[in-house]
Design a protein around this ligand. Structure first.
Ligand code: PLP
Length: 369
């Protein structure tokens, strides 16, 4: 990758392949692998990432919403796609594009049965989501009989998997809670199997689950953040490679005198003469206001340049005092040298948030196979 001429998110598919192989090696060869590509593949490029995962042999893909799955199908993706959070208003699109819904409540099950009946579906693949402690989406124990009865009475759907989600898979202090969730999921999925008379596939682990609870891999695992190069723990981060690198350039350099201010609301006031650089990236590109006032920094010619004052919509100003740099030089926000996790930490957030925040206006460039 040569020098960038504008704000650019560089996506390295070789790194994606490395991460995929690393995660695959953590599970049994027969365990299926679902790649999570929701939210533009964690803020990168959903179609490009999905195509690469399909080529690498991922068994399943997952998105959050139906519209995301439709985009993948329109781009020619053939791999089964689980929609984690479908809404009844999108069921016709869901079926038209052969997307597989997560069914998480009696209400959504009834609505899906209704829609599938109208369309005269037979054995339409669905996935049953159990709530085992996250308290976000999912059925509970007293729903099992209802799910089985409705499914068996209506030949229009078929339960291909039962799944649940850990609330704190990355937190070793919550190990007991996670183990209880796993036990509860085993009970629920067994009860469902007994009531149905067949055994749907089971899956529970996200990236940190794969690392910390490999004994609970069941028939499939679901990984998102790990594929993009982040493992929620430093030892794992060290083994993974960030897929996305965010770079920009210096538009203008200013020499600021003592007692001058920089940016909106005069949020930075200089106590001494400094040098500032203005970069064409702002909160409309995903660098939220919480990164202002020195909480976030970019790297210019191997030096840290902290953000001065408030983040603007389309720009930030950074402190380049003492850094040998000129207009047109490159600045790295995060990526291979300084991870998105580290950048996020400065503003009190996590890699997931900064990655998915990078807006669609930022140019994407793909490198690697
Ligand atoms: C987003 C999501 C995942 C992926 O989690 P990572 O921590 O990114 O690996 C897995 N399962 C569900 C239900 C999710 O919503």
């Amino acid at each position: 990758m040569g020098k960038v001429g504008e704000t650019t998110l560089i996506l390295d598919l070789d790194s994606l392949e490395h991460n995929y192989n690393y995660l695959r090696a953590k599970i049994k060869p027969e365990t299926k692998f679902l790649g999570v590509v929701k939210a533009f593949a964690y803020g990168s490029d959903m179609v490009t990432i999905a195509q690469k995962l399909e080529q690498l042999g991922a068994d399943y893909l997952a998105v959050a919403y139906v519209s995301e799955g439709v985009l993948l199908r329109k781009a020619g993706i053939k791999t089964p796609i689980l929609v984690l959070h479908p809404l009844a208003s999108n069921f016709d699109d869901l079926m038209a594009y052969r997307l597989e819904p997560s069914i998480y409540s009696r209400n959504i099950l009834n609505q899906f049965l209704e829609a599938a009946k109208v369309q005269k579906q037979k054995n339409y693949p669905i996935h049953i989501k159990f709530n085992t402690g996250l308290n976000r989406l999912g059925f509970s124990e007293n729903d099992v009989e209802f799910i089985a009865k409705e499914t068996l009475q209506n030949g229009c759907i078929k339960i291909v998997s039962a799944f649940s989600h850990l609330a704190a898979s990355e937190d070793k202090n919550e190990r007991d809670f996670s183990l209880k969730q796993i036990e509860s999921f085993k009970k629920l999925s067994n009860a469902l199997k007994d009531s149905l008379g067949y055994a749907p596939m089971r899956h529970m682990l996200n990236t940190s689950g794969i690392i910390n609870y490999p004994e609970a891999q069941f028939e499939m695992v679901r990984s998102g953040i790990g594929l993009y190069g982040y493992g929620n723990q430093t030892e794992v981060d060290a083994q993974l490679k960030p897929v996305a690198t965010l770079k920009t350039i210096i538009s203008q350099i200013h020499h600021i005198d003592a007692n001058e201010s920089v940016g909106y609301n005069r949020a930075f006031k200089s106590s001494r003469p400094i040098k500032s650089a203005t970069l064409p990236i702002g909160h409309a590109d995903g660098i939220g206001r919480q990164y202002g006032k020195g909480k976030g920094f970019v790297t210019i010619n191997n030096h840290k340049a902290p953000i001065l004052g408030n983040v603007c919509m389309d720009m930030i100003m950074v402190d380049v005092t003492g850094i040998d740099c000129k207009e047109g030089d490159e600045a790295t926000v995060f990526g291979t040298e300084k991870s998105a996790e580290k950048f996020a930490l400065g503003a009190g957030t996590i890699s997931y948030e900064i990655l998915t925040a990078i807006s669609q206006r930022v140019k994407r460039v793909v490198t690697g196979a």
